[in-house]
Ligand binder design. Structure first.
Ligand SMILES: C[S@@+](CC[C@H](N)C(=O)[O-])C[C@H]1O[C@@H](n2cnc3c(N)ncnc32)[C@H](O)[C@@H]1O
Length: 235
């Protein structure tokens, strides 16, 4: 599709560059220090109520933290990511597990063109903050069109607590806890995230979801920063 010169280029990564194969190689090793992918994915599948006959789209699928564990539990997973390197890695992991129901597509919130029927569920974890707010909202509206009316969205991302007086203190405590859990390199990545990526305030995220046509059924804020939203498509 022809895009105007002012259109945001979502293939150019701000902050951590996930198109760089050297980032991909270390991603799982770093994240698995503080995440259990299988447990995370199964909890999301259960909260959403995904059944074996359902279709699920994972926007910003990365190395497959969700997609690889969701695939055995549903009909089709569309694994979408702007990074070809991430997708190739995920494809290799899927082949090693003999998973045949993952459809890999390079694209993102702003560019992915879904040509199949609207999906039953959308999951997106740790990806939306790559877009500035103006574009986040456009991305969310595009997701609402890919999702069936009444379909459910699970969105996880880092947000900033709007009502927090001592935001600096809370951020430093968060960076410190990441240093303990996942090491110095990951703590530096958190600093990059805060400085160069586009995480926004909790109240902006809630407002954008609602205006994009989602009803927020549940919003959780673990340690103030790790936000998860369980939503229903009202469109
Ligand atoms: C922190 S990783 C999260 C990966 C995975 N969802 C997980 O939970 O581990 C962020 C991912 O978002 C992807 N990403 C960045 N910008 C994006 C965009 N505009 N649309 C879709 N994905 C994007 C990156 O390539 C990367 O794979």
């Amino acid at each position: 599709m022809n895009r105007p010169a002012w259109h945001y280029d979502e293939l150019r990564h701000s902050g951590v560059d996930y198109s760089d194969p050297s980032q991909v190689a270390v991603y799982d090793e770093r994240h698995k220090r503080f995440r259990d992918y299988r447990r995370e994915a199964e909890a999301v599948i259960e909260r959403l109520g995904v059944r074996l006959e359902d279709t699920v789209l994972d926007m910003g699928a990365g190395t497959g933290a969700f997609a690889l564990h969701a695939a055995p539990l549903c009909r089709t997973v569309y694994a979408v990511d702007v990074s070809r390197a991430m997708l190739e890695y995920c494809r290799g992991q899927a082949a090693a597990r003999d998973l045949k129901n993952i459809v890999f597509r390079q694209g993102g919130f702003l560019t992915y063109a879904h040509t199949a029927d609207p999906v039953d569920f959308i999951v997106s974890s740790g990806a939306l903050h790559h877009l500035p707010d103006f574009w986040k909202y456009i991305g969310l509206r595009r997701l609402a069109r890919i999702l069936k009316p009444g379909g459910r969205l699970y969105l996880f991302d880092i947000v900033f607590p709007g009502g927090e007086e001592d935001l600096r203190g809370q951020m430093e405590a968060w960076i410190g806890s990441m240093k303990e859990e996942a090491g110095d390199t990951f703590a530096a990545e958190v600093e990059t995230h805060i400085r160069d990526e586009h995480s926004t305030y909790d109240w902006i995220m809630e407002g954008m979801l609602e205006r994009a046509g989602f009803r927020i059924d549940q919003a959780d804020y673990a340690d103030g920063f790790r936000a998860s939203y369980l939503c229903t498509n009202r469109n």
